[in-house]
Write a new protein. Structure first.
Length: 371
């Protein structure tokens, strides 16, 4: 008896000014979409939803469109999508950013990976930054009313092979060391990494897989799996049942920040293993969304997110206290020295404010209260 294919929901979040990028992503996704899958698109805020709804209806009639009147942030938007009927009735959830191009084998090989790895929490792909040819393709799409005219087909193996042979395109995300406490919460490791960079030394502990020679060797050797602590939010896939264990995305990381890290780590804490599937490769980053959010780019926001991640993920008051105290002292010292160097005391005080805001956010948004 033939095994029935699982029902899929592909969830994509966009903002109003991102239609050109979203159009390209939808074209890429629909081109290789299995029959048993539904694509669900959320316009996160925006004043002209009817215009986007019409464009979706004309170009992608089978894509389900939703609109949230207020910008819910990334975590809030994804939680909105997870609560839709399409996602509620799906067995497998795919989370995609609206500025990715997926390869021919994306869905087939990701589903095969999940089927072969019952221990899998979240699985991602090898993600490359969009190279000049892809950027040119995106520019052409801005004035192209019919994105179907564009040839978006590419294979994972040809992309991976080009990278291994010539070193291009540039990696965006290949995964992180699976020791999540050391990667995200060890202040001592952070100091070690910075000293290694300062003196041009090879670190004894590689945080990012794309800088780890052993991982690159495994990719070259054709390994079927690479464990990772975090799966990039641009290409997450997991079983719907995982949500029963780890809950939804934590919405305190607003507008966005560490929601993917927290989600991935919660999966590991519940006994799952997160993976990169090294036989699937994709492009990310032809939209300029990340460069338009000045608040996120500020050091203050980064410090706030680092403190908040510790409060959300770490268990026990003592563990949280020790980790937050060590990180906060280090951040205050580092930013205080920078304030003295530049003669700007506000650098130090914005660090104090960032730590305070992290605690305020945590008090207002306890993880167990979000869902």
């Amino acid at each position: 008896m033939t095994k029935q294919a699982p029902k899929l929901a592909v969830l994509i979040l966009m903002m109003e000014k991102q239609w050109p990028a979203t159009q390209l992503t939808l074209t890429s996704v629909v081109r290789v979409l299995p029959e048993n899958a539904e694509v669900v698109l959320l316009l996160n805020g925006g004043e002209h939803p009817d215009e986007i709804r019409e464009k979706v209806g004309v170009g992608f009639p089978n894509v389900r469109f939703y609109h949230a009147p207020e910008n819910l942030g990334v975590a809030g938007g994804r939680n909105f999508l997870l609560d839709t009927d399409e996602a509620q009735h799906a067995e497998i959830i795919f989370i995609l950013d609206n500025d990715v191009l997926v390869p021919d084998n994306y869905f087939a090989d990701t589903l095969a990976f999940l089927d072969a790895h019952p221990d899998c929490g979240v699985v991602g792909a090898l993600v490359f930054r969009a190279h000049p040819e892809v950027l040119l393709l995106f520019e052409e799409s801005r004035n192209n009313p019919d994105a179907d005219d564009l040839n978006l087909a590419f294979g994972s193996q040809s992309l991976i092979g080009h990278y291994l042979e010539k070193g291009t395109p540039e990696p965006f995300w290949f995964g992180m060391n699976e020791n999540w406490k050391r990667v995200y919460f060890s202040t001592l490791e952070d100091i070690r990494q910075k000293f290694s960079m300062l003196f041009g030394m090879q670190p004894g502990f590689f945080i990012n897989h794309d800088r780890n020679p052993d991982v690159l060797h495994r990719i070259r050797s054709g390994d079927a799996e690479i464990p990772t602590s975090n799966v990039s939010g641009c290409c997450m896939a997991y079983r719907r049942a995982l949500l029963d264990k780890v809950g939804y995305y934590y919405e305190g990381f607003h507008p966005y920040g560490s929601e993917d890290r927290a989600f991935s780590i919660q999966a590991m804490k519940n006994g799952y293993t997160n993976y990169v599937n090294p036989r699937v490769a994709m492009f990310h980053g032809f939209d300029e969304r990340q460069s338009t959010t000045e608040d996120f780019k500020s050091m203050k926001q980064l410090i706030k997110m680092d403190v908040l991640l510790r409060l959300v993920v770490l268990d026990g008051k003592l563990e949280r206290f020790l980790s937050v105290s060590a990180y906060s002292a280090y951040a205050l010292l580092r930013r205080g020295l920078r304030a003295i160097q530049r003669g700007k005391s506000e650098i130090f005080w914005e660090t104090v404010e960032a730590i305070r805001e992290a605690f305020d956010t945590y008090r207002r948004n306890k993880p167990e209260e979000t869902r």
